[in-house]
Write a protein that binds this ligand. Structure first.
Ligand SMILES: [Mg+2]
Length: 239
């Protein structure tokens, strides 16, 4: 293929799907099943990778953080989601324009799209499967919360995995996400980001974090497409 191509990496929570406390509930179930006691205090997920959240929870409960204890909680979390997967759509909403946007980029041969998410891989799959979106992303050009605790490192994982398609330059990689964590990850990794203010972060929060492109939602597909292509495809607006 000649001409520019893009690797588009989607955040899930707050960008494609809005949760209503289901993630926190799953953490409570998982913690109980892994350690036989109740999880204390709130679970602040907001764009942090699962490995990061798990480390913080272990610390808070004075459980030694080892590969084993971390894996124990991660496995319990995956099992909780698996056993309650049918309930997930009742506790969350597909955000306006998300399906159309995913479909649009999936149909564009110049675009390869995956997810770049704080979720564990198995949980990310459950979430997209339950909303009928899983077939629209390439799971082999994606990165997950169980790859690394630092979200910026996930960009490296996704780009490496995408090499089976082609080598994408930093300019050809675009993250789409709803929190300053997404903006931080893109900035630190030197790739582009389109922020959407559909999560807990406002347009101003996202601008303050350094995002140049901030959309109110995914609902305006023309605007989204324009921002995703950026300078890569002049005239794309008319395309
Ligand atoms: Mg998010």
């Amino acid at each position: 293929m000649t001409g520019p191509e893009l690797l588009v990496l989607w955040d899930i929570d707050g960008t494609l799907i809005a949760g209503r406390g289901f993630g926190g509930l799953m953490y409570r179930e998982a913690f109980r099943s892994a350690f036989g006691r109740e999880l204390k205090g709130p679970v602040d997920l907001g764009g942090r990778t699962e490995l990061d959240v798990i480390a913080e929870i272990l610390r808070r409960h004075e459980i030694e953080h080892t590969e084993q204890t971390s894996q124990l909680l991660a496995d319990a979390l995956a099992s909780s989601f698996e056993s309650r997967r049918a309930d997930f759509p009742d506790h969350s909403d597909l955000l306006p324009g998300a399906l159309q946007a995913l479909q649009h980029f999936a149909d564009d041969p110049r675009v390869h799209q995956g997810v770049l998410t704080a979720n564990l891989k198995s949980v990310a799959r459950i979430k997209l499967e339950e909303f009928g979106l899983a077939h629209l992303v390439d799971w082999d050009t994606s990165a997950f919360g169980d790859d690394h605790a630092d979200r910026a490192e996930l960009v490296t994982f996704a780009r490496k995995r995408a090499q089976h398609v082609r080598v994408f330059t930093p300019d050809e990689v675009v993250l789409i996400g709803d929190t300053p964590h997404d903006v931080y990850a893109a900035t630190k990794a030197g790739v582009r980001v389109v922020a959407v203010a559909t999560g807990r972060s406002s347009t101003q929060d996202l601008r303050d974090a350094g995002a140049e492109a901030v959309l109110g939602s995914l609902a305006d597909l023309g605007e989204l497409t324009w921002q995703v292509w950026g300078r890569a495809a002049p005239g794309n607006r008319e395309a």
